[in-house]
Design a protein around this ligand. Structure first.
Ligand SMILES: *Cc1c(COP(=O)(O)O)cnc(C)c1O
Length: 395
């Protein structure tokens, strides 16, 4: 007998939760586009045709509770993040909201990044604050500031993004896990920007990983979805309960598209990183660019930590236009291949103006982003074409 062999990331992305259908041999999990399931006598639920993907349930009864295609995706994401269980949601925000409502009660306090994703900030500021959950933005790049904030007030959750959106700041997951656990808080990492291929927060000590699978995991700008991956099965059970109770799961076709995207995550991420690295270098030496934010650049605030905890530096690059806001807006309107649009993580390159687009909801708050900032989601097109496009737009 050979020693136990653990499958690699690429193998898991293609096979975890995706055994060929035992009845037909279908190589890809079918889209179980169904709401309800025939019972063999009252309570006689049938199990799954997809093996492991059904190990959490007694059988299928209703697709809000469980669906085989969603189960296949959840099984795959569990493997990719090295977690105990994953749950698939209709969006990243649905995933975040369910997680927070499982973990927090009125009166609880949360620390969030001072440059958090705008939608996450809005959820805490405009929705959850009204239900008695308070938050405070802190610089997650500064462990001393986090330690001080934790010492000041009992905290239930430390919510971390790394790299952050849109300034690509890097937080040290291992150091923050220690601080959170010393303070009896849970560490949640929004791993959307890195994807599980580049960074696995649970292995670094985080308790929970959140994803907008809309981005790199789906990877083709054709589906909105989210996921929570937990290290603790009891927390997984609580999440499954709330997901069913509140009806936040994603649909079967969405799960199928996301799973199809996940199969190529590794090869896509390699190319995203390669293209983004070259573009960041070009921008860093361009006279019309005042500053470049990319964790792969040696001068970046979090370069060393990123090199330690990530396999690559990712596909997102932000920069400040030397000519200020007007020039930033002009650049956004002059590209040919970089499409002006929100979102990120797809195979096609996107450009946007965070202050007026993705991060308009943080205007006037402590999280406000610079008005001269341009954000790029670097796709996997021919890199020379992307560089030419940006050079022309910069003028
Ligand atoms: C997009 C995004 C979200 C929200 O996910 P949706 O799928 O749009 O609901 C959360 N966190 C980060 C970092 C994101 O980029």
């Amino acid at each position: 007998m050979a020693a136990e062999h653990a499958d690699g990331f690429e193998t898991l992305a293609i096979h975890a939760g995706q055994e060929p259908d035992p009845v037909t041999g279908a190589v890809v999990p079918p889209i179980y586009q169904v709401s309800t399931y025939k019972q063999d006598g009252v309570g006689g639920l049938r199990g799954s045709a997809l093996g492991d993907a059904a190990r959490w349930i007694e059988g299928y009864e209703y697709s809000r509770t469980a669906n085989p295609t969603r189960g296949a995706l959840e099984e795959c994401l569990t493997a990719l993040e090295g977690g105990a269980r994953a749950l698939g949601y209709a969006s990243g925000m649905a995933a975040s909201d369910n997680l927070i409502r499982v973990v927090c009660r009125p009166g609880d306090h949360v620390l969030i990044p001072h440059d958090a994703y705008g939608g996450t900030f809005r959820l805490f500021d405009k929705v959850l604050a009204g239900w008695g959950i308070s938050y405070r933005p802190v610089p997650m790049t500064d462990p001393a500031a986090v330690r001080a904030a934790l010492a000041e007030r009992a905290t239930r959750l430390l919510w971390v993004e790394t790299p952050t959106n849109p300034l690509l700041s890097i937080a040290d997951i291992t150091a923050l896990a220690q601080l959170a656990h010393d303070a009896d808080a849970l560490l949640v990492v929004d791993n959307t920007f890195a994807s599980p291929y580049l960074q696995q927060p649970l292995a670094l000590g985080a308790d929970v990983v959140v994803h907008s699978t809309t981005k790199y995991i789906g990877g083709h700008s054709d589906v909105v979805g989210g996921a929570v991956v937990v290290a603790d099965l009891a927390l997984g059970d609580q999440l499954a309960f709330l997901q069913n109770a509140t009806g936040t799961a994603g649909g079967p076709f969405d799960a199928w598209l996301t799973l199809r995207g996940a199969k190529t995550l590794a090869v896509r991420m390699d190319r995203h990183c390669q293209n983004a690295g070259r573009i960041a270098e070009m921008l860093a030496s361009h006279p019309r660019v005042a500053q470049v934010y990319y964790p792969g650049l040696p001068g970046h605030q979090g370069h060393e930590v990123a090199a330690k905890q990530m396999r690559g530096f990712g596909g997102m690059v932000s920069f400040r236009a030397a000519g200020g806001e007007r020039e930033a807006l002009g650049i956004c309107g002059r590209t040919r291949l970089f499409t002006l649009g929100e979102s990120l993580g797809g195979v096609e390159s996107l450009i946007e103006h965070p202050a007026r687009m993705t991060h308009a909801s943080v205007t006037g708050s402590a999280l406000e982003v610079p008005a001269d900032l341009v954000r790029l989601s670097v796709g996997i097109e021919t890199c020379e074409d992307l560089i030419e496009d940006l050079r022309a737009a910069l003028g």
